[in-house]
Design a binder for this molecule. Sequence first.
Ligand code: ZN
Length: 304
Amino acid sequence: MKKAKIVEVAPRDGLQNLQAFVPTDQKIALIKKLAGTGAQEIQIGSFVSPQAIAQFRDMEEVAQAVRRLKGFVPSALVPNGRGADKALACGIARLIFFFSVSSKHNYANVQQSPLDSLKELQHICRSHLSNPSMTLRVDLATAFGCPFSGNVTTAAVLRTVEKVAALGVREITLCDTVGFGHPKDVEEKFLACFRRFPEIRFGAHFHNTRGLAQANALRAYDIGVRSFDSSAGGLGGCPYAPGSSGNVATEDLVFMFESMGIKTGMDLKKLLNVCAWLQKILPQAKLSGSLFQAGLPHKHKLFC
Ligand code: ZN
């Protein structure tokens, strides 16, 4: 059977650019509702300093409330060893370490060089990688372009992957953080990664900043990527392109995959209900997903 794994990132990527603080009980309610849609994994937030992203100042409370929910794996982003320790102490055993391929973006995002981020990753790997109950994924931001330095080459991505792989990491996601990627670039970078690092599982994280996220996801699927991050309603944005769309919308991605016979295990009607609820509790947020705007096709064979 053809399958794709969807990693729901609305509680993390979707909320992180919102200026207004989303109350803790609403964050918990969002995660519970998303769990009901069949998402296998949900990013519940980021264990970052509250000075960096105030939206996640209640991470410990959110983690405590959702860590024992059934049916999905809760994961959280961590930029350093301190974040990793905090997440694990809160019972979150799937960590997503992130840093940027582009040096300028890494300075802007986490105020340090990629080399210093790698030292943090090395510390996390040494401390925790032998722990069988923990899993670690590494996200490479700006793998398809940087808002400060522009083009990011395949060679630069491969060099970064090599350094991460050398630490024992076996799961890496290439992130189009600012929506610069296009299908040809997606094909070139993923195929180069598959060839050089057959031992590593690669996932995709696309933003729809310039309308190409679905096309990129389809190309990535066609060449063998099986894990995709997406955000309900396309919630989110890009701090470097104000007013732009967020991640590829989960319901659009699921609609595309399921229509093509690729199983995601997700319930589209429930997903659309979550989008409607999100729009109600976050009237200021722009939900950019197409399916949420248009609705399911009348008497669609998959959903009637
Ligand atoms: Zn993102």
